[in-house]
Design a protein around this ligand. Structure first.
Ligand code: PLP
Length: 523
């Protein structure tokens, strides 16, 4: 493909992409294909002769689009969003045009320096304590995903503790044996509701993993007290807790751990690396009304959030901030002769390869820069606040029908979780945990067994309603189980989200709930 063919192909591709975005709301959000749909539509191998772009592009609509789940559709209310934007796409386009594996400063100074500047902008924008700015001992780096960030933190935490314990013991077999013994006793911690990436990181790092309880009574958040108790129990067994993931916005319910209480624990356990995972909800910290969450982060070691979830920056883009970049560099800087150069030796430049697991890295800061400049701080705050309001609107709809639905966790960062009541009831006070006096099956039985039965029935009807709504295909929702309670999650935070879609999903849920509960009553 030469320059003029590229020009023609790119114009045609951009036109098609715009058309896709303009019609995405009208498409069924979930594809109607069966597993393995694709292979029969493709030849057995690549073509011998090159094909014209027109032939390749035609297959996008024919073969690829039918197998897409439309994450940018306003009817996508599952998981957390993965927002894209036109400026984000332009950033990706330039990034692939300047294609580089920019691991050291000299590999492309603009790649490193723009990243440092935009990460400082972001740290300020989300009111991270100043210690996370690059002007001090900290700084930010862009990684692909939150899971990579958590793994990078877990391994750096493990190695930091080993360095501290082994002090200036000389390098050699004895030091390596001692380090291996220490690693076997080390335990990574995360809330029982922390994202599975912490457990996965512990598996990869070869350490133990233990959860910290976060019951409904603490709004599914870890308290300082629960963390302290877990640490003390592990220490009493001769184990070494070395790392904890605190969460702002848990995957299931958007719960927030008790950061103030956890900061007290941090003061007493300086060897415990505390990382804050705010993968989704962290974007809300650009709004001053959420920034009261930030001061305790000064007592922790690292923080991340995914701009690719809620801040209009195309996948992938996870902002990772550390309080002491030296903690990363001491673990990840391994410099064979082929990576040495005068700029690195001068100590005046940042080589981001020393802060991360891979060597090569993409030019991701361009898309962040484009997004920040196109929307401005005001535009981004408006975007976030719009979704927070939509969450509250949906929560209100659920509460308008207490006979059918019970909110389990009220709208938090736009996410509401709820159950379907197993039978028509009159505004039960807390139907997800209590027997319901209006439910005939339990009329004469208020024992623990009746409560357990109620909970089981609520879980069952909720699951049935969830499956019915997703099977209908108009909306895509996800469900989860928190502390034994099966809930449906609704989060409407894509660029095209609007009140009318939340009203409609509520109607669809209501219809499905009435059908399921009535069928049960007849049976
Ligand atoms: N942390 C939290 C709280 C999440 O909700 C998620 C995903 O939704 C992740 C981490 C993992 O994100 P990633 O796909 O960036 O690894």
């Amino acid at each position: 493909m030469d320059s003029s063919q590229f020009r023609e192909a790119a114009h045609s591709a951009i036109d098609e992409i715009i058309q896709y975005y303009d019609t995405v709301a009208e498409r069924p959000v979930l594809p109607n294909v069966s597993p393995g749909y694709l292979r029969p539509l493709l030849p057995a191998g690549p073509p011998d002769e090159g094909e014209p772009w027109s032939a390749i592009q035609a297959d996008i609509d024919k073969i690829i689009v039918p197998g897409l789940t439309h994450w940018q559709s306003p009817k996508f209310m599952a998981f957390f969003p993965c927002n894209s934007s036109y400026p984000g796409m332009l950033g990706e386009l330039y990034s692939s045009a300047f294609n580089a594996a920019a691991f050291n400063w000299i590999c492309s100074p603009a790649v490193t320096e723009l990243e440092t500047v935009v990460m400082d902008w972001i740290a300020k924008l989300i009111a991270l304590p100043d210690c996370y700015q690059s002007a001090g001992e900290g700084g930010g780096i862009i990684q692909g995903t939150a899971s990579e960030v958590v793994l990078t933190s877990v391994v750096a935490a493990r190695e930091r503790l080993i360095r501290r314990k082994l002090g200036d013991m000389p390098e050699g077999d004895e030091r390596m044996d001692k380090a291996a013994d220490l690693r076997g006793k080390m335990v990574a911690l995360g809330s029982e509701h922390a994202h599975s990436s912490t457990q996965k990181a512990a598996v990869i790092a070869g350490t133990r993993f233990r959860t910290v309880p976060a019951p409904r009574s603490s709004n599914f958040g870890v308290t300082g007290r629960a963390l302290r108790t877990t640490i003390e129990e592990l220490k009493a067994k001769g184990l070494d807790p070395f790392y904890f993931t605190a969460t702002i916005g848990s995957t299931g319910t958007c719960a927030v751990d008790d950061l103030e209480g956890i900061a007290d624990v941090a003061r007493d356990y300086p060897d415990l690396w505390i990382h804050v995972d705010a993968a989704y909800a962290g974007s809300a910290l650009i709004c001053p009304e959420y920034q009261h969450l930030c001061p305790p982060i000064a007592h922790f070691d690292s923080f991340n959030f995914n701009l690719h979830k809620w801040l209009l920056t195309n996948f992938d883009c996870s902002a990772f901030f550390v309080k002491r970049r030296k903690d990363l560099i001491d673990t990840y800087s391994i410099t064979p002769s082929y990576l040495r150069n005068e700029f690195t030796e001068s100590g005046l430049v940042t080589d981001y390869r020393d802060w991360q697991i891979p060597l090569g890295r993409r030019f991701r800061s361009l898309k962040v820069w484009f997004v920040l400049r196109t929307y401005g701080v005001k535009g981004l705050r408006e975007f976030i606040r719009g979704h927070v309001k939509l969450g509250e609107y949906f929560n209100g709809l659920l509460e308008s029908r207490p006979d059918v639905f019970s909110v389990v966790t009220p709208a938090s960062f736009g996410l509401t979780t709820f159950q379907v009541n197993p039978a028509k009831a009159h505004a039960p006070s807390s139907p997800a945990t209590k027997s319901n006096p209006a439910h005939e099956a339990y009329l004469n039985d208020f024992t623990n067994d009746a409560e357990a039965q109620y909970r089981e029935d609520a879980n069952r009807v909720t699951k049935e309603v969830y499956e019915k709504v997703n099977a209908a295909g108009e909306f895509f929702l996800t469900s989860t189980v928190v502390c034994g309670v099966y809930v449906i999650r609704v989060v409407s935070a894509v660029e095209r989200s609007e009140e009318k879609y939340l009203k409609r999903v509520f109607e669809v849920l209501l219809e499905a709930a009435e059908e399921v509960v009535n069928e049960k009553a007849k049976a």
